[in-house]
Design a protein around this ligand. Structure first.
Ligand code: PMP
Length: 433
C-alpha cells in the first residue's frame, strides 16, 4: 500500500539515529501527520480518537494557542533576564490558582527539571539526604529524579537514600475499597517510615508524591491519606513536594490541583508542574514560598535559558484563559464521570475488567484473568490496545504489570467521544481479540 514506504522511511531513520531502547507506541507504529481537538490523523488521513494524551489539555492545535504562539514568536522571544509583561501576568495568574503563600515560580522546561530542583532545594534547606516516595512512581529522567523513580532505578539498584512506601491501591493493596480507614492506614506506613529513618539518625529531607498515581497504576489516593502525612511531615521538618506533572491544571475536575482533592490542610512546600502547562509547548515550573526561595538563594542564582521565555508565558496564559472560557475543568468532572460510569457498565458484562477507577479525566481500567486471584492480564491489555488502535481509538497500558488502560484524554473530550471509546472497547471485548 501507499503508506508502507512512508512508515518504512521514518522507521529506518529512527533506527539509525535514536537509541535502541527508545519507546514507541504500538507494534505497528502510526506515522502521525496532524491532530485537532480530540483526534489525531495519520498520513493516510485516518482519524484516531485520542484517549491517551494528558499533555494536550485543551485539545490538539487549539487555534487560540496556535495564534498566540505564532504572534509572540514573531514579536519577541528571549529570556527572563529581560522584563516582559507576559511573564508577570502569567506568574500572577498561575500562583492565583494555588494556595496563599505559594507565590514564587521557578520556570523550567520539563517535569524532570522541576522535580530535580525541588529535591535539590529540599536537601539544601534541611541538610538531609533521604527522600520518601510512593512505590512504582516515575518522577523524571535526570540522575537525581531517576534515583527516586522505582521504574528507573530497578534497572540499576535502589539508592540507599530512597525509601518507597506502599502504593495506596485499594484494589490490590492491604486495605481495600471496603475499608473506610484505608487512607489513614496507608498514611501510617509513610509516617512510620519517617520515624524509622529519624530513629536511624537520618530523618528525610522530603516526601515526594503524585496526587493520583500514574506509573503506579492510575491509583486514586484514598480520602484521608495526605492530611495525616502532611501533619507528620510538618512536625518532623520533612518538606513536601507535590508532583502535579500528570494531573494538574484541572484534569481532576473537583479542583485545579490534584493535592487540593485531599482537603484544605494539604498545602505542599513545593508544587511541580509540566506537560499540560503548555499544551505541548515545552514548559514546566516549580512553585514554592518566598521563605523557601530566599533560604535557597545563597546557593547561587537560579537561571534557565529557556524557562519562562515570552512564547512559553504567552501560551501558558492563553491556556489558563481557554480552560476558564470553555469550562474545561467542569467538563472533566462531568464527562469523566460519565466515561467511568459507562466503563463500569462494561465491567458487568466482561469478566476481564477487574476494576474501573479514576477522578474526572484521569482513569484506569484494570484487566485481570481471574477476578478472585486478580492475576494481571498483561499480554491481553497490550493486544486490546492494538485492536483499539486498528479501530481508530488510542489508549495505552500502564501500571507495574502493564494491565491497566490509562485514560487521560484532552479536557475537551465529549460525551460522544466517551461513547465512541466505550462502544469500541465493548465491541473488542465481545468479539474477542
Ligand atoms: N513526573 C511525572 C509524574 C511524570 O509523569 C513525568 C513524565 N512522564 C515527569 C515527572 C517527567 O516529566 P518530563 O518528561 O517533562 O521531564
Amino acid at each position: 500500500t501507499a503508506w508502507t514506504p512512508v512508515i518504512g522511511r521514518s522507521l529506518q531513520g529512527r533506527r539509525a539515529h535514536l537509541p535502541d531502547s527508545h519507546p514507541m507506541y504500538f507494534e505497528q507504529p502510526i506515522a502521525m501527520a496532524r491532530a485537532r481537538d480530540t483526534r489525531f490523523y495519520d498520513e493516510q488521513g485516518r482519524s484516531y480518537l485520542d484517549a491517551l494524551n494528558n499533555v494536550t489539555l485543551v485539545g490538539h492545535s487549539h487555534p487560540r494557542l496556535v495564534d498566540v504562539a505564532a504572534r509572540q514568536l514573531g514579536r519577541l522571544n528571549t529570556n527572563t533576564r529581560f522584563v516582559y509583561d507576559s511573564l508577570t501576568e502569567y506568574a500572577e495568574r498561575l500562583t492565583a490558582t494555588l494556595p496563599d503563600g505559594l507565590d514564587v515560580v521557578y520556570f523550567v522546561n520539563s517535569g524532570s527539571e522541576a522535580n530535580d530542583l525541588a529535591l535539590r532545594m529540599s536537601r539544601y534547606l534541611t541538610k538531609r539526604d533521604d527522600v520518601v516516595i510512593i512505590d512504582d512512581a516515575y518522577h523524571g529522567y535526570t540522575s537525581v529524579v531517576s534515583d527516586v523513580s522505582p521504574s528507573r532505578y530497578k534497572h540499576y539498584g535502589k539508592p540507599d537514600t530512597t525509601h518507597p512506601t506502599p502504593v495506596p491501591d485499594r484494589y490490590r493493596g492491604a486495605y481495600g475499597y471496603d475499608d473506610p480507614d484505608a487512607g489513614a492506614k496507608y498514611a501510617r506506613h509513610v509516617i512510620d517510615e519517617f520515624d524509622r529513618l529519624t530513629a536511624a539518625g537520618r530523618p528525610p529531607a522530603a516526601y515526594l508524591f503524585e496526587a493520583l498515581l500514574a506509573g503506579g497504576g492510575q491509583v486514586v489516593l484514598p480520602p484521608g491519606y495526605l492530611a495525616p502525612i502532611f501533619a507528620a511531615a510538618a512536625e518532623r521538618g520533612v518538606l513536601t513536594i507535590a508532583d502535579e506533572v500528570q494531573v494538574g491544571f484541572g484534569r481532576l475536575g473537583e479542583a485545579f490541583w490534584g493535592f487540593q482533592t485531599q482537603g484544605p490542610d494539604v498545602v505542599p512546600d513545593f508544587v511541580t508542574m509540566g506537560k499540560a502547562m503548555g499544551n505541548g509547548f515545552p514548559m514546566a515550573a516549580l512553585v514554592t514560598t518566598r521563605e523557601i526561595s530566599r533560604a535557597f538563594d545563597p546557593t547561587g542564582r537560579f537561571f534557565s535559558t529557556y524557562g519562562g521565555n515570552p512564547v512559553a508565558c504567552a501560551v501558558g496564559l492563553e491556556l489558563l484563559n481557554i480552560v476558564d472560557d470553555e469550562g474545561l475543568q467542569h467538563n472533566a468532572l462531568v464527562v469523566g464521570q460519565y466515561l467511568r460510569d459507562r466503563l463500569a457498565g462494561l465491567g458487568e458484562r466482561h469478566e476481564l475488567i477487574g476494576d474501573v477507577r479514576g477522578q474526572s479525566f484521569y482513569s484506569g481500567v484494570e484487566f485481570v484473568l481471574d477476578r478472585d486471584t486478580k492475576e494481571p492480564a498483561s499480554a491481553e491489555t497490550l493486544i486490546i490496545c492494538e485492536r483499539l488502535k486498528d479501530q481508530g481509538v488510542l489508549v495505552y497500558p500502564t501500571g507495574p504489570y502493564w494491565n491497566i488502560l490509562k485514560l487521560k484524554p484532552p479536557l475537551t473530550f465529549t460525551r460522544a467521544d466517551a461513547d465512541d471509546f466505550t462502544d469500541t472497547l465493548d465491541d473488542i471485548l465481545t468479539t474477542g481479540w
